[in-house]
Design a protein around this ligand. Structure first.
Ligand code: KG4
Ligand code: ZN
Length: 336
């Protein structure tokens, strides 16, 4: 049997996830146990609760992933696991579990960078996609514009100076009173609003044309809401949401397209939780069409945190010879 089977584990934030991936691109199972309902009560992820919940769920999630893929631990060629970046206590659960399986069954261990996982989600549904290409990674914790030079080889062109794109969505959503997680709620509400009701600022970072800054637009929205409250004016939440989303989307699209043109790259992918934003998808698709760039994006289930994307990344790392020892640690601020 020449198939390469990878069991992947992801526990960097608030999803406990396991997946079995065949030959890097075929997902045999993709199990996700979400803790969102639990963290909603607190308006955001509570790290201590996340770690405890991962401990409770992880064995069951892995068992389900193996069962659905119809494989046993003895069939596996490698164990892939996210070892950073993320919440340290949450990451440690997945890392300890992966090390235990690796040790007990003598299966090679491959630590995976969470962002490399997000990027690799694009390989799942696009068999034709191969490096080099440009990728915009937009999640709750990260905003990166990256050239994927080869599998596992990246050049970072730009990153956020302050808030991540998803973080800005979540904070604005909270201020409008939409609850957690805010991104999908702003997305939905935007469809009922006027995206040109307000012109929130679109920050540029001097001398770093591909860097992002979202704290300015976030503050502008908060100031607007405060002003309305002080003056007793009605807040039209849908207009605020739509205008905010347009502003963020325009910056993301402008930067990505400029980078693609400057570097003469004709393939552009998006990844991370915010990549399921409908406004971003539509605008990026149109901009790519106008500039003769091939556009790629994962289905929403592969945009938010999942283990399938970690399995895909682990496969390519495994093929390159990446192996980690039982001293593998969780690295909360791991660099790409
Ligand atoms: O990739 P992800 O699941 O976790 C991280 O690695 O951070 O991303 C979660 C983020 C949250 O901030 C969430 O609000 C945002 O992605 N998000 C969205 C949408 N769906 C999820 N933001 C905007 N529009 C969406 N449709
Ligand atoms: Zn993520």
């Amino acid at each position: 049997n020449e198939d390469v089977l990878v069991l992947a584990i992801e526990s960097s934030c608030d999803e406990t996830a396991a997946s079995v991936v065949k030959n890097g691109r075929t997902i045999l199972s993709n199990i996700i146990s979400s803790q969102i309902e639990l963290h909603k009560l607190y308006g955001g992820v509570v790290p201590e609760i996340a770690s405890r919940k991962h401990i409770e769920k992880i064995n069951q999630v892995i068992e389900e992933a193996l069962k659905e893929a119809d494989v046993t631990l003895d069939d596996l060629d490698a164990i892939g696991v996210t070892y950073g970046p993320g919440l340290v206590g949450a990451l440690l659960v997945g890392v300890a579990e992966a090390k235990a399986i690796s040790f007990a069954k003598d299966i090679p261990l491959v630590g995976v960078h969470h962002i490399e996982g997000h990027i690799s989600a694009n390989y799942i549904e696009h068999p034709d996609l191969e490096p080099p290409f440009l990728c915009l990674v937009v999640s709750g914790g990260h905003t990166h514009l990256v050239i994927v030079k080869d599998y596992g080889t990246f050049e970072i062109l730009g990153r956020t100076r302050d808030d991540a794109a998803g973080e800005a969505f979540d904070k604005v959503a909270r201020a409008i009173g939409l609850g957690y997680p805010g991104g999908p709620k702003i997305d939905r509400l935007s469809k009922e609003g006027n995206a040109y009701a307000f012109d929130f600022p679109k920050a540029k970072v001097d001398e770093a044309p591909y860097d992002f800054s979202f704290s300015g637009v976030k503050s502008a929205v908060l100031n607007h809401l405060n002003k309305c409250k002080m003056q007793g004016e009605e807040i039209v939440a849908a207009d605020v949401a739509a205008s905010f989303q347009r502003c963020v989307v325009e910056v993301l699209v402008e930067h990505a397209i400029a980078a693609a043109k400057d570097h003469k790259i004709d393939k552009l992918a998006i990844a991370g939780g915010v990549a399921s934003n409908s406004g971003l998808r539509t605008a990026m698709e149109e901009a790519c069409r106008n500039n003769k760039i091939q556009f790629y994006h994962p289905s929403p289930i592969f945009c938010t945190d999942n283990a399938a994307m970690i399995g895909v990344a682990a496969y390519y790392e495994y093929q390159k010879g990446t192996r980690h020892g039982l001293d593998l640690n969780a690295i909360p601020n791991l660099r790409l």
